[in-house]
Design a protein around this ligand. Structure first.
Ligand SMILES: C[S@@+](CC[C@H](N)C(=O)[O-])C[C@H]1O[C@@H](n2cnc3c(N)ncnc32)[C@H](O)[C@@H]1O
Length: 203
């Protein structure tokens, strides 16, 4: 049976919005100090839940600003019996700016970030120099960020921003990478190309 957002909050799987107002104690929200991976824009949770099932020894935090999607993914995690998943309904930009401690995250996954292709909307894109500086701060030494998009122009921009950020090395600009997210499945069915990179915190 489907759980309500209130039940999911009470169970500690869907984190109260107030958590994004201040520092987040990752070990406290998961109840253990295992390595944490974050997915930004986790949508309905297809990738997040699959990763959590495959890697029970790590903790997975999905950050999704649409409340309906965050609750949907939290409910799926509960029903699948996944104890290593938490969903935070918040703006990832704010969470990285205000809530995550330095060197607290092992890996950040960003799959099909909204490309905001219109010129007047470019400022709304997530991956810009300020965000990348925060991403680097939050990653542990040797931690990685993995990004996949179908949008060639946004990818070129992402690549330039990551490359010039300092303290991040780009390991692998790639082609088709299967991550199993909903947008990946949808775009693959339409025959779209994907662009991906892995960046590692090296300094
Ligand atoms: C194009 S969808 C991709 C969803 C999923 N990653 C996938 O590959 O199927 C982008 C998702 O990111 C979420 N999103 C966009 N900007 C966000 C932000 N700043 N903070 C949190 N979620 C965000 C959107 O609500 C949406 O669910």
């Amino acid at each position: 049976m489907k759980s309500s957002p209130e039940e999911l909050r009470a169970a500690g799987v869907l984190l109260a919005d107030a958590v994004a107002d201040g520092p987040i104690d990752l070990a406290a929200i998961f109840g253990n100090p295992r390595p944490v991976e974050i997915e930004i824009g986790s949508g309905k949770g297809a990738f997040l839940l699959r990763r959590a099932a495959e890697r029970p020894e790590i903790n997975l935090l999905g950050i999704e600003w649409l409340a309906g999607y965050a609750a949907y993914a939290a409910d799926r995690a509960c029903r699948a019996g996944l104890t290593n998943v938490r969903l935070l309904c918040a703006d990832a930009e704010q969470v990285f700016a205000k809530c995550l401690a330095d060197e607290s995250v092992q890996r950040v996954h960003i799959y099909f970030p909204d490309p905001w292709p219109k010129r007047r909307h470019l400022g709304r894109r997530l991956i810009k120099p300020e965000f990348v500086r925060r991403l680097r701060r939050v990653l542990r030494a040797g931690g990685t960020a993995y990004i996949v998009t179908d949008h060639a122009e946004y990818f070129r921009r992402i690549y330039r921003v990551m490359e010039s950020a300092g303290g991040l090395a780009i390991l692998k600009p790639g082609g088709m990478e299967a991550v199993g997210s909903n947008f990946e499945k949808k775009y693959a069915a339409r025959g779209k190309c994907f662009y991906s990179l892995t960046a590692i915190r090296c300094g």
